[in-house]
Design a protein around this ligand. Structure first.
Ligand code: FAD
Length: 428
């Protein structure tokens, strides 16, 4: 009989997806979460009596593992209504004072599915449209070692106008960092995964608060311990043997550590002793979200606001607009009321319907360390460590994806697979 008591540290999507996979394989799974909420970065809380998500949390249809994770939760809890909403076809409105334009997908094979729309993309001159199309196709070829995406854009003849109207609106939020700080490889991954496959770029979001999905996933664990910061890992003769939780030792046959790099470093004390290297190379960037409630539906789907700190806006529920400000170093310290005023003014500039709609209230949420920056050449560890039975998960680990919910779910599943291959499946 294989040993079966597993401790999972961190109740974010990485930890929760590991829990679901390990339960499916028959393990006895104990989840430890330092805060009172499950979901980690993808959670929700009450702001002025309204449940809001910690950030806008958009997905694309290419986030197949996250979508599968949510469907796993639906099946487990027998939920009839889908918890996710996905566009039937990719469509994004580009808002600017001179008039809107749209990018949308046509029912054609890739890459033609976006070509027709790009050919009419009036936010840039015809020469830039052609240059953007060429660069999208060139994304299939590998980038140079250590190259930033800004350098790659230079090499592919992208003008300031093309960056402003296309590359920045799509790639800065996807990677949550300025384009001169991110690796070209990570950006090309996003382009090929989202734009070079028909149907892949369709936007979506959760129809229920993210915290609800996390709580439902947490039900799969045999035990969930909240407000339980894990402070250390015990190993005996090269095999993990337990966790230090709130001053006492709990025995485990295997452990998944699904916490961000800085927390992992302090939890392990000497990460190198566990074969974990380079944690101090991870840097983070902030995201600010501004939530605005109006007295009527505005009929707005997903829209980028050009040359505006509001960046992206969508109507999450009738009359409820979310603005997402990525790489928001400049705004993260602003007071909530100033952020609300800023976004209201920015949106009123480009959305005439707002001038007559009654504003009810607004709120801002922010996370200074929202995601890690995919710096050029940043090494990301895989799930395995030098200690038998001890594996890592987290959206920052080596999934190939930027810091997204998709990456978190992929990492949790990969960690579970690695443990199962080390320990074996449990029968019965
Ligand atoms: C504002 C914002 C907007 C975002 N927008 C999007 C988006 O639109 N689309 C998208 O796909 N992604 C988005 N993301 C990114 C996405 O939310 C994250 O990449 C993903 O949720 C990270 O999951 P994780 O499980 O790897 O880490 P985390 O969510 O950070 O989970 C780690 C968990 O471990 C717990 N923990 C830490 N230390 C300990 C300890 N010692 N003991 C016990 N528990 C511990 C933490 O409390 C936390 O719950 C956004 C993130 C933010 C913050």
């Amino acid at each position: 009989m294989a040993p079966g008591r597993v401790g999972v540290v961190g109740g974010g999507l990485a930890g929760l997806s590991a829990v679901l996979s390990l339960k499916q394989a028959g393990y006895d799974v104990h989840l430890f979460e330092r805060s009172r909420l499950l979901g980690g970065k993808a959670t929700s809380f009450s702001v002025g009596g309204v449940e809001v998500d910690n950030g806008q949390h958009v997905i694309l249809a290419c986030c197949t593992e996250f979508i599968d994770f949510v469907q796993q939760v639906e099946r487990r809890d027998g939920i009839g209504e889908p918890l996710l909403r996905l566009q039937r076809r990719f469509q994004a409105t580009i808002l600017q004072p001179g008039g809107d334009t749209q990018l949308r997908e046509f029912p054609l094979p890739a890459p033609l599915h976006l070509a027709a729309s790009l050919a009419r993309f009036s936010a840039v001159a015809p020469g830039d449209r052609l240059a953007i199309a060429r660069a999208v196709l060139a994304a299939r070829h590998p980038a140079r070692d250590g190259e930033t995406f800004a350098a790659w854009l230079d090499r592919h003849g992208q003008t300031v106008a093309a960056r402003r109207a296309f590359w920045e609106p799509f790639l800065v939020p996807a990677l949550n960092a300025p384009l001169d700080r991110v690796g070209a490889r990570d950006a090309l991954f996003v382009i090929t995964t989202a734009f070079l496959r028909a149907g892949a770029a369709r936007f979506g979001f959760c129809r229920v608060p993210l915290g609800e999905i996390a709580e439902r996933a947490g039900h799969a664990a045999d035990r969930v311990v909240r407000r339980a910061p894990v402070t250390g890992v015990e190993e005996t003769a090269g095999h993990v043997s337990g966790l230090r939780v709130a001053g006492h030792l709990e025995h485990f046959d295997a452990v998944v550590l699904a916490v961000p790099p800085a927390r992992l470093a302090s939890l392990l004390g000497e990460p190198e002793r566990f074969g974990v290297h380079g944690l101090d190379r991870f840097q983070t960037a902030p995201i600010v979200d501004v939530h605005l409630w109006y007295d009527r539906p505005l009929g707005l789907d997903f829209a980028a606001v050009l040359d505006s700190p509001a960046q992206w806006v969508f109507e999450k529920a009738p009359g409820y607009l979310c603005c997402s400000m990525s790489a928001a170093d400049k705004y993260v310290s602003w007071k909530s009321e100033d952020l609300v005023d800023l976004c209201r003014e920015e949106l009123a500039r480009v959305l005439p319907a707002l001038r007559t709609a009654g504003f009810r209230h607004g709120a801002a949420t922010r996370d200074r360390d929202a995601t890690f920056i995919p710096l050029p050449g940043l090494p990301r560890p895989g799930p395995r460590t030098a200690v038998q039975g001890l594996v890592l998960a987290g959206s920052w680990t080596d999934t190939g994806w930027p810091a997204t919910m998709e990456s978190a779910v992929r990492s949790g599943r990969a960690a579970a697979r690695s443990l199962i291959s080390q320990l074996g499946e449990i029968d019965g």
